[in-house]
Write a protein that binds this ligand. Structure first.
Ligand SMILES: C[S@@+](CC[C@H](N)C(=O)[O-])C[C@H]1O[C@@H](n2cnc3c(N)ncnc32)[C@H](O)[C@@H]1O
Length: 280
């Protein structure tokens, strides 16, 4: 495709001065990272390096491990010893790291369900292919890898570690400093729609669509019966680009779709409360 002259490989520790100095400020259109940031404990530092290297309006796309709750010492030890990851934050803490680095428009999409299935399948396939794999890699590599795959499967099955797709933007300098006048208008209208579904297994699914003249925000999260919460989507945009949540309503029934979270909820209204707001 004639791309060979346009590709440059730079390998090394992203935190080292050689790499930092090679990544010219404002020079990358976008950055992607698959399952790499989990190995870098200095999350603020690595995100600051990425932010500096990105062009304005460029995006960082990350797939990474996240903690679904406070991690037990056992899970932390497994992460450190088996997965060489000594720091896995919750989505909320991850968001704070990104915000501290200067990122905006931060969107989290949950990947846990798919990863959980993949990890179980990967382990099963690997042990099914024992004979062939031992021939290919030798007994030691086979044992090491099957342990890695088994521990990975069990850790995701345990529920405290999840997967997330994270997208965030380096805003243009103007956006950082300029606050639109409309923010201060007493007449700024606010639209806010919220849904709370109480599911048969006792868990709760909540969705929110919040809109002003300058901001459109969609979020959805799911809480299980033990009080663990999982953010399914959380976006803030200057103006809506994709419909992150689509809500179709009839009189008493409706359907809500979250395309990014691969979720569709059909519901029936049993009670409805309406109230008016008086401008003071
Ligand atoms: C689990 S592998 C993922 C590799 C690949 N992205 C993929 O999805 O198959 C983790 C990668 O993170 C890289 N990594 C870990 N710490 C790093 C650091 N401080 N600087 C640069 N790369 C790092 C490792 O070299 C390794 O290639």
């Amino acid at each position: 495709m004639g791309l060979d002259r346009r590709i440059q490989y730079l390998t090394g520790n992203v935190l080292s001065s050689q790499i930092i100095d090679s990544l010219l400020p404002n020079s990358f259109d976008n950055i992607i990272s698959f399952l790499s940031l989990l190995h870098i404990e200095e999350r603020d530092k690595v995100l600051e390096i990425c932010f500096r290297a990105l062009k304005e309006n460029g995006y960082i796309y990350v797939e990474d491990y996240v903690a679904n709750c406070t991690l037990t010492p056992e899970v932390k030890t497994t992460l450190k010893e088996v997965f060489k990851s000594s720091y896995v934050p919750t989505r909320e803490t991850y968001r704070h790291h990104l915000e501290r680095a200067g990122f905006t428009d931060i969107c989290f999409i949950d990947l846990t369900t798919g990863w959980k299935r993949c990890k179980a399948e990967r382990y099963q396939k690997f042990i099914d292919s024992k004979e062939e794999s031992v021939k290919l890699f030798g007994e030691d590599v086979y044992e090491h890898r099957s342990r890695l795959y088994r521990v990975g499967r069990d850790m995701f099955h345990g529920g405290s570690i999840g997967g997330a797709l994270i997208v965030a933007k380096k805003p243009s300098a103007a956006q950082i400093h300029l606050i639109p006048e409309t923010y201060f208008s007493v007449f700024t209208s606010v639209y806010n729609e919220q849904y709370h579904f109480f599911l048969e297994d006792g868990s709760i699914l909540a969705l929110r669509h919040f809109k002003t003249k300058t901001l459109e925000h969609y979020s959805a999260w799911w809480s299980d019966t033990k009080g663990n919460s999982r953010e399914l989507i959380n976006t803030s945009e200057q103006k809506s680009s994709n419909p992150h949540i689509s809500i179709k309503k009839n009189n008493q029934t409706g359907t809500i779709c979250l395309p990014e979270a691969n979720l569709e909820v059909q519901f029936e209204v049993t009670a409805q409360f309406t109230w008016g707001v008086i401008n003071c």
